[in-house]
Design a protein around this ligand. Sequence first.
Ligand code: ARG
Ligand code: ZN
Length: 856
Amino acid sequence: MSADLMAQETASKRLSDYQPYPFALETVRLDFRLDPQETEVRARLALSPRRAASALRLDGEELELLSLAIDGRSLTRDEYTVDKTGLTVHAAALPAQPFTLDTRVKIAPEANTALEGLYMSNGMYCTQCEAEGFRKITYFPDRPDVMAKFHVTIRGEAPVLLSNGDLVAQEDGFAEWVDPWPKPAYLFALVAGDLVAHSGSFTTKSGREVALNIWVRKGDEDRCAFALEALKRSMKWDEDVYGREYDLDIFNIVAVDDFNMGAMENKGLNIFNSKWVLASPETATDADYERIEGIIAHEYFHNWTGNRITCRDWFQLCLKEGLTVYRDRSFTADLRLGPVKRIEDVIALRARQFREDQGPLAHPPRPDHYREINNFYTATVYEKGAELVGMLHTLLGDAGYRAALDLYFDRHDGQACTIEDWLTVFEDASGRDLSQFKRWYTDAGTPVLRVREQFEDGTYRLDFEQDTKPTPGQPGKPPRHIPITVGLLGPNGQELVPSTVLEMTEARQSFTFEGLGARPVPSILRGFSAPVRLERDVSARELAFLLAHDTDPFNRWEAGRQLAQDALVALAQGEDADPAYIDALGALIADESADPAFRALCLRLPAEDEIAQSLHDRGVTPDPEAIHAAREALARDLAHTHEDALTALYEAMAVPGPYTPDPGPAGKRALRLAALGLLNRLDGGARATALFENATNMTESLAALGFLVQTGADEKALASFRSRWEGDRLVMDKWFIVQLAACPPERAAARAAALTEDPLFTWKTPNRFRALMAGLAGNHAGFHAKDGAAYRFYADWLLRLDPVNPQVAARMSTAFETWTRYDADRRAQMQAELERIARTEGLSRDLSEMATRLLG
Ligand code: ARG
Ligand code: ZN
């Protein structure tokens, strides 16, 4: 590669460099002749110049160009140039009027292990184009602001040939698809294979009947019913809540085993990781069912927020992802238990996004530069992006939010938009100035919100102070516009001041409440109204009071969480824990008025990584072994103190009758298993063994297996689970993950190494690779074992995977994102591994960018 090209490939792309494409693309005709080694792709692009005398640049990678013509005339070799990243037709060769450009290229789907572009999975053809995979299929302006109508013909031996839009013609070995809606290339999809459909239909609010199909491999058709019903619920919800109707006569979902991420919203042809479609009681857990429903909804909701209105460029990714996550969360909250869903989302946000914000990978929801966009499908873009939409909703209220969304759809349907467009809609709909709010999109980092209280002569005052630490490339952090939902409680738990939204805009700001008879107990940041870290000097007694009485379920849980966190932080530093947490949980276990799912969440201790984060936040270097010991000690103490109540709960929460994944029974199972998790520390696995042997659903079977793994006496259970499920890829992924994530830390690295020798460790399959590696990385004390064995092992495998599948290798490298929090020894070991990765010859752009950023 020339130095020039090298520079071009390694240089950052910048938001400030945005230029509109100099051509309009009216229509696209694609013709595929499928073959595993030699697929031929013919493309005809109808282009019209927007400015005279501009050369035509088309993206293209790993393509063999067979022919190139303009208006039917083959171009001569001096009229264009081809390089590693695309093709340029020189201005002199271009007509000044609209013209058609024809290309023929050859690609090799079977050799495509990166799973981007057109590739094969178990003999089936499949595509993944977001973000920039279409350029591996044909020469094209592969950018989201170039939208066109696609007309696709497919020739191939497979019995099922699918693409976007409506099927207009079909015969043996041939299918023709027309998508009437203009779309960018990243929403293109093609699937061909020996598939069977689980079908249904949905009638839209204006009475149009839509055919629904879930396409799977033969043998999987009896695991599709739940996904199909979830799809119907999603379609209905989007009509009811957002007024959005589906816009084609057919909606197809395909399940594929080899997939780099969760799922993809291609127009009318969503493609899913089979893990997020297929479900049966024997093979999927309650959590899987809930995720499947959420992801089906997410991809469906993209039809409006993503497809009808897309992003101008990839810097705006959170425009579609943040909004769509916000929508799928609201959907789940409506269909299931809203407060429980909110708590789960905040647990995940803190575990993934706060963690990201705290380390070298911190970036704003709208980044302004990147080398490889695939590295920015992050918790910050998705989950924090959703929090920002939630804050806008809080600031404008229900009616204001709905008005803004209506305006967004009216004004921008069919366009490729920016965060500026989005915020302008909210400003126009509400008359408010959101220029300060915009900092949430452009600034990285989690603000710390400190609060102090004053009570005098019936006046209660809250003094807030906000502060955000510097993040890479952003030293100064001006104050943000923070909605703080607050309620005030009286001494018996009665609500003195119901939830109100305080709007903080200054670095320091006070809010007063008049006419109070006595000092109230404040409930601050209800519903987690902003993604900040709240710091408040508060006694364990007051937290216990809030855990018992807060009328806001989120803050009720939060009070318990805070108590647990304080106890764990003390124990991890060799101090005594305040008994308040253990006492308070006693009352909660017995509180039958509280929902089982809610109580289950309260019984769940913070993860070890989160305890490490907490210690780091308080300026203490986390010691993984001490954290593990502290968490075990607290769990054992809890179990001891409440053994009778937990035992009673374990009995009472048994769900008789056939399994259903409905929130009611799922909540009971969650509480029952939370109780068992604690009791397991006392009975040496006796109850878990019994449950494992008798379980009739995967939720209980897998939980029991995890508890046995925890005790260390897991050999028999792991073997029997394996022999029962070795033919089932999705269940075997669980087998890999659970025995690493839950095992005693001192065993983790050696066990991971041994598992790579297992013939079932088909490491080129992303799900299997992730199961093993995420299992190990999820074992906090095991991953951070003093001898550095896990670090080395993990880095070895990233390097092995990188040439095969750079996207997944890069994604998995985030296991190292916390390296700067630990002691000098561990830091040095992780740094050495990252440097070893960074120095490796021929590293992908994906992993190389990650290693560089991780090293800071
Ligand atoms: N748009 C897809 C979704 O959110 C995810 C695509 C991820 N693509 C990637 N290259 N990481 O549902
Ligand atoms: Zn999405």
